[in-house]
Design a protein around this ligand. Structure first.
Ligand SMILES: Nc1ncnc2c1ncn2[C@@H]1O[C@H](COP(=O)(O)OP(=O)(O)O)[C@@H](O)[C@H]1O
Ligand SMILES: [Mg+2]
Length: 607
């Protein structure tokens, strides 16, 4: 007697289901992808008890005729690819022909569908039998053009899986997350979501930029849109568009990050790495940026058949993609000027009003309350006016913004950060522009400007240095002296010229001219301690920016130093001219703005 027997169809499907159907949210994902692939323009999702009792997805897509309906539940049955060539450039979300077979093996599943262009224009319903072989029963039914898939009692026959389900609330929140992700992938499709008969989302299809932003605001919270810049950048065969958060709007977790490759939701190491790099300079350590980004490229240049859940992709030219993502995002962030932040604010506050925000989900509001550490005050709920200002593609941003500003203030030229009027407690500069009051943290602002200047100078190899009239000798530890000796070249690159003169002694001969007023001893000690920490390898080169940041910190105007009005104005003008000057090297804002309207409100004027 042989020991080998073929698995029953049901068992084989259940095993496959292990990979695809982990929890209710995975079923929702597969069903939504099917509806989108069927060309739906409207999708209604109904969920009961966190999905374990019922998940129903109804669409108005192409539908299936009787014959297709009978086949749809079989494993490896798909209408989306026919040959290996198709697999090379997949344009649909599904292609493995596994989802319905898998789900039907671990639940009570039925599909009702009507296909308009079939000769037989009537609706049919198919149900999977519960036997070992995956037979189906077809019956006539009533249904409008499109398809409804109903999944009841998920995992009723696989108790081990059922045990892993979490509370109703947790499972539902995962479903909600899937719906959000997919809703952001297709602005042209309407979505509704109900849980236990309660409406959670009602997202109407969005065409204009303004409507798209409204959907982003509904899904990600208004504060995200308020505190982000829109980007749209094209490269060779690539396009990246969407929204990235300002560095001052960061999160403690990487939970507000949506990335799409050709409309497909992706979680990919390469992508997160590229974007993280772009923020490296401007984000407070350990904080995460927020973004909604769409990458479009030739489907032949990306392989989606990497994993059954299709979350990962492989780029044919990953270096190119990494570079493009990094550069585009970095550029967009560099282009954020004080004026942009001002405009963004304005768009938000002069927007029509909260009634335009479509969704009233408890979960959504909760999320908004938890948003960014540095959320700008006073603009909590707002609607969005896309308009042409404020949301302009990266490269032209600065210029266009400046021009827009010039127009605004033609009668009287007032720069974006205005003119200084006073210094407060030796810490803040108060300045007024046409719209209101600006408060600048002068230490943070100055530090940022010095840093950006040194960085640019270093990159262009034009960092000016200044020999010390009297070389400064310092006693240091032996380890520090070793380190200084070994990294002489690196230190020279950043303008610090020194020499070891004894086992525990060094002499500093030159420093960057920009730092001539700093406390040189302290500066060199801090740089050495950084260098020691980064290790003694080539890696130090990669940390050059950190070293520059450490040095910049020593140059900044210390608190309590009295500045003249001319000095203050010079600082404001420098800020306007410097990239990334909206936050200090630690990601804190360098300035805030109070409009006259807001001040009026404080004093209950004109209400
Ligand atoms: N909502 C739907 N509308 C129309 N056809 C559908 C729908 N859902 C599934 N189908 C059909 O059933 C087939 C099998 O679906 P599925 O098991 O998810 O595999 P895949 O999506 O990988 O092709 C699909 O290829 C499609 O032809
Ligand atoms: Mg599918």
């Amino acid at each position: 007697m042989g020991k080998i027997a073929l698995l029953s169809q049901r068992l084989a499907n259940q095993i496959a289901a292990g990979e695809v159907v982990e929890r209710p949210a995975s079923v929702i994902k597969e069903l939504l992808e099917n509806s989108l692939d069927a060309g739906a323009s409207r999708i209604d999702i109904d969920v009961a008890s966190g999905g374990s009792k019922l998940m129903r997805v109804r669409d108005d897509g192409g539908g299936m005729d009787k014959q297709d309906l009978a086949l749809s539940l079989s494993r490896h049955a798909t209408s989306k690819i026919f040959s290996l060539d198709d697999l090379e450039q997949i344009a649909s979300l599904g292609f493995r022909g596994e989802a319905l077979a898998s789900v039907s093996s671990v639940s009570r599943l039925s599909i009702t569908s009507r296909c308009q262009d079939s000769t037989d224009d009537s609706a049919w319903k198919v149900e999977a039998h519960q036997g070992q072989e995956m037979d189906t029963a077809l019956t006539p039914a009533a249904h409008a053009q499109g398809t409804t898939v109903e999944v009841r009692d998920l995992f009723f026959n696989t108790p081990a899986r059922r045990k892993f389900l979490r509370t109703e609330k947790t499972e539902f929140s995962r479903i909600e997350e899937i719906v959000k992700r997919i809703a952001l992938s297709r602005f042209d499709v309407s979505f509704t979501l109900k849980h236990n008969q309660r409406a959670i989302y009602n997202l109407r299809s969005a065409e204009s930029d303004q409507e798209k932003q409204r959907r982003v605001a509904t899904v990600c919270g208004p504060a995200f849109v308020e505190n982000s810049v829109a980007i749209d950048i094209e490269g060779p065969g690539l396009r990246l568009w969407g929204w990235v958060s300002l560095p001052t709007f960061s999160r403690s977790q990487a939970d507000l990050q949506y990335f799409y490759v050709n409309g497909r939701v992706i979680r990919d190491k390469l992508v997160s790495h590229a974007i993280k790099q772009a923020y490296r300079d401007v984000l407070f350590h350990g904080r995460h940026p927020a973004f909604v980004l769409y990458l479009e490229l030739d489907p032949a240049l990306v392989d989606v058949n990497v994993h059954p859940t299709k979350h990962e992709v492989r780029f044919r030219d990953s270096r190119l993609v990494h570079d493009f993502l990094f550069r585009s995002t970095h550029r967009a962030l560099a282009d954020v000027t004080p004026q942009d932040q001002m405009d963004n604010r304005e768009i938000m506050t002069t927007g029509e009003s909260a009634q335009h925000v479509e969704q009233v989900s408890g979960a959504g509001l909760r999320e908004q309350a938890n948003l960014g550490l540095y959320e700008r005050p006073g603009t909590g709920r707002a609607a969005f006016q896309a308009g042409s200002r404020g949301f302009i593609s990266g490269a032209n941003r600065v210029q266009e913004q400046l021009q827009a500003y010039k127009k605004l203030s033609e009668d009287e030229e007032v720069p974006p950060l205005g003119y200084a009027i006073a210094q407060l407690h030796g810490i803040y500069i108060l300045s007024q522009n046409k719209e209101g009051l600006i408060i600048v943290d002068m230490h943070a602002a100055h530090e940022r400007i010095t840093y950006e200047r040194m960085k640019t100078a270093c990159a262009n190899e034009e960092l000016k240095v200044q020999p010390l009239l009297v070389p400064l000798s310092l006693s240091v530890s032996k380890a520090e002296a070793d380190c200084a000796d070994e990294q002489k070249q690196v230190l020279e690159n950043i303008g610090v010229g020194l020499e070891r003169v004894a086992d525990e002694s060094i002499v500093v001969r030159q420093i960057p001219s920009i730092l001539r007023e700093a406390n040189i001893e302290q500066l060199v000690r801090d740089v050495l301690s950084d260098v020691k920490e980064f290790g003694r390898s080539e890696r130090i080169q990669a940390h050059q920016d950190e070293l520059l940041a450490t040095m910049a910190c020593h140059n900044s105007v210390r608190a309590n130093r009295q500045l003249t009005v001319a000095e203050m104005n010079a600082l404001l003008r420098d800020m306007e001219a410097t990239e990334r000057s909206g936050q200090c090297n630690h990601g804190r804002p360098t300035w805030v703005f109070q409009s006259l309207d807001e001040l009026d409100k404080l004093f209950l004027r004109g209400q």
